[in-house]
Design a protein around this ligand. Sequence first.
Ligand code: SAH
Ligand code: SF4
Length: 427
Amino acid sequence: MNFHDSEKLSAMLQQMGYLETERKEQADLIIINTCCVRENAELKVYGNLGELKRMKQNNPNLVLAICGCMMQQKHVVEKIQRSYPFVDLVFGTHNIHRFPELLNNASQMEGLLVEVWDHEEDIPEDLPVQRKFSSKAFVNIMYGCNNFCSYCIVPYTRGRERSREPEKIIEEVTNLANAGTLEITLLGQNVNSYGKTLDKEIDFADLLTLINQIPGIQRIRFMTSHPADFSEKLMDAIANLEKVSPHIHLPVQAGSDRILKAMNRKYTSDQYLKKIELLKTKVPEIAISTDIIVGFPGETEDDFLDTLDLIRKAEYDSAFTFLYSIRTGTPAANMEEQVPDEDKMQRFNRLVELVNEIGLRKNLSLIGKTMPVLVEGISKNNANRLTGRTDTHKLVNFDGPEYYIGKIVPVKITEAKTFSLLGTLEE
Ligand code: SAH
Ligand code: SF4
């Protein structure tokens, strides 16, 4: 979501006549687009600000702006005003469309300009986007979140859930297809509740059906799906719509029902596993990834063992694993029984070990198979090697000519690692 917001900011800057620099020392303007889902991301921002202060001392004309989720929190803005007054502009997630005007105003005045809106307004349509990739693109289908998982800051920083009109989405995807985009990723905090805020009768599976008909598009991905809203209708859409990739990111967060309840996730581990089982019968080649949090307040060793147990049963292809991070303003921040850091860390290491073991096993089972790979670029470590993704979102490296970049080609898998596959081009 933040990456895509940055693509919008880049495009607005381009329209204002700005050019991207290769090195930040050459920049007249630096924007930090922040995330506050976990504390680590916030700490990084403060670390960067220390460095930017020195750059600003060397070049007083340098304009510094900070935006994104972190700025939606009052205490953060106050800290910037207090401790980092050399920043020129602060704005939030709800007024990103006002950026050009705010930047003009900030450049003409002394001191820090702050404009953060508490509430979302109508979805700003027709913002320009400077796409970082030519063959794949992100498309917002909804904004905000109404789920209020007890650990999560997103509903407070991104506002209430609201869906984009399907016509607007179709128009954007059609334009992308006409410009040569092969793969689109539909973005929303909980895409499975798409349509609930619209006047018309449409749900996420219906939207997928419409997008599936757009000529030129070859792959449709989406994230993120909330397990509670993951319907059989959507499973059937994944099974039957040929362009929808056989991959689902279905964050489970924890395997203990007690913890899931305290997290306000609205499903039990059993319900979750049943959905996965059903999905696997409908789409046997499906790849499943997830998010898991360890060390949620009150999590005992037994709760954690339930998480490991669920991971073994779900057999994830991959998982993002997180240490629980206290987010001020969320219900979990005030829960007693915060788990000590050393327990969290020890559980985290065991979790990662299991996730990697299963991920490797699943990758090994692909050896000998030929898979379609969308070539994204040249491998970082080897100039003759191309890198791309299967429709199941697996990273594949293989030798091949540069003109395959941006195309979908068949690759036979020859070797498997934990996080990637090696293959040879199938002529
Ligand atoms: N809307 C998506 C993802 C939101 S944030 C969803 O519901 O799945 C991405 C991930 O960050 C979450 O899935 C969760 O695993 C993690 N996360 C969110 N808040 C967190 C916190 N306070 N501490 C640790 N991880 C957190
Ligand atoms: Fe956060 Fe839960 Fe909403 Fe995802 S669904 S953004 S985890 S509150």
